[in-house]
Design a protein around this ligand. Structure first.
Ligand code: NAG
Ligand code: NAG
Length: 396
């Protein structure tokens, strides 16, 4: 495997294969590498994306955000996109799909061959394998504050992630998606890595892929290395010590809300921790930005001249010419510094190219502090189901 060209997407690196039980065939450890997906001149409707974040965490979408999302006037070109999105290649039934691995949700939902060709344009679609079983009477649906929605039916089918196959995975096949999903060609669906308690299949919640395979891994964990402007990776069942420096600091994970929750312990604007305080947060690969308590966000933007909390844009903005400080966060005894360059999300809109949107935003509407990609790109993060616990170390 290792001799293959790096062009092989999401290549599996298998170590220590084990005997295969009836419904599982896989190595006890494997790595899934992300692959860049070129999506052209990617733009983001900032209020719509914020509305989706709010609804993902069951928060109320304020009227001004919903209105701005629907009018779609604030369309940014993210500075970190390089016109690319990073997904993982997963075999679902008979199809190979580019899925977004999301530790903040617990559904595996995909564009499917039940969609009309106009709904699935730009996407690869799931076709059930010959051994797929339709779960009769089972359904799922999601809808967001910006008006976007998707719904469908559920199969038990074969899913292969990085060489690991589970033959009876709940696959949520979309039978209808709204125009917002149609135009977002950045992936063909999501693979949730949150706790199975928040899976949305009715009438009975289904297990995530990770829950289904974890007992057969060398250790019941996965570790995430997301990168700034580059493809990252997910290690399942083992830790790769060449991906981090120093040691890993573990803290208890709180799974009570179905997310990978933990307690953060301090912060500082700049490269060191200046304030010790504790607050609850979650680690979410499926959220782009870093959402922190108001006090911390205000302390940060107090050091950015010209910054303001813009209600029309739906968050903190600043002149693109401003010099940003770094931001340091503490978890347990570990400190993580986010470089200033990660904290500029890009120009606010094509008509306002002098203002930029901040990578760190206020969490008060969400009611939950979210350590999203802006933070995760600095760390090697261990999601360990034993405990459960989370581990953090600075990326190598
Ligand atoms: C991207 O935007 C530039 C500048 O507006 C334009 O010239 C180019 O054709 C666009 N590329 C794509 C793939 O849309
Ligand atoms: C560990 O990561 C390094 C750097 O990405 C990679 O070259 C190496 O193959 C990985 N080792 C294992 C055992 O996966």
């Amino acid at each position: 495997m290792t001799g293959l060209s790096q062009i092989v997407i999401c290549a599996a690196l298998a170590i220590g294969a084990i005997a295969a039980p009836a419904t599982r065939q896989f190595p006890s450890t494997f790595t899934v590498n992300q692959v860049a997906r070129h999506v052209g001149n990617k733009t983001v409707n900032i209020p719509a994306s914020y509305a989706r974040t709010l609804q993902k965490f069951k928060a109320t979408v304020p009227e001004r955000v919903a209105a701005a999302a629907i009018s779609g006037t604030v369309v940014a070109t993210p500075s970190d996109s390089s016109d690319d999105e990073y997904d993982c290649s997963v075999t679902v039934g008979s199809s190979t799909l580019a899925l977004d691995f999301d530790t903040g949700s617990s559904d595996l939902w995909v564009f499917s061959n039940k969609l009309s060709s106009s709904e699935s344009a730009g996407h690869a679609v799931y076709t059930p394998s010959s051994s797929a079983k339709l779960l009769s009477g089972y359904t799922w649906d999601i809808s967001y504050g910006d008006g976007s929605s998707a719904e469908g039916i559920v199969y038990a089918d074969k899913v292969t992630v990085g060489g690991a196959t589970y033959t009876s995975q709940a696959v949520e096949a979309a039978t209808s998606v709204s125009s917002e999903f149609v135009s977002d060609t950045s992936n063909d669906g999501l693979l949730g890595l949150g706790f199975s308690s928040i899976n949305t299949v009715e009438p009975t919640a289904q297990k995530t892929f990770f829950d289904n395979i974890k007992s057969s891994l060398a250790s019941p964990l996965f570790a995430v290395e997301l990168k700034h402007n580059a493809a990252g990776s997910y290690d399942f069942g083992f830790l790769n010590s060449s991906k981090y420096t120093g040691s890993i600091t573990y803290v208890d994970a709180d799974s009570s809300q179905g997310y990978w929750g933990f307690t953060a312990s301090g912060y500082g604007v700049g490269d060191s921790v200046t304030t010790t305080t504790s607050w609850s947060a979650i680690a979410d690969t499926g959220t782009t930005l870093l959402y922190l308590p108001t006090k911390i966000v205000k302390a940060y933007y107090a050091k950015v001249s010209g910054s303001s909390d813009s209600s029309s844009v739906g968050g903190w903005i600043f002149p693109c010419s401003a010099t940003l400080p770094d931001l340091t966060l503490k978890i347990g005894s570990h400190t993580a510094t986010i470089p200033a360059s990660y904290l500029n999300y890009g120009e606010v809109s094509s008509t306002d190219t002098s203002d930029c949107f901040g990578g760190v935003q206020d969490d008060s509407d969400i009611g939950l502090s979210i350590f999203g990609d802006v933070f995760l790109k600095t760390q090697y993060v261990v999601f360990d189901a034993s405990g459960p616990q989370l581990g953090f170390a600075t990326q190598a």
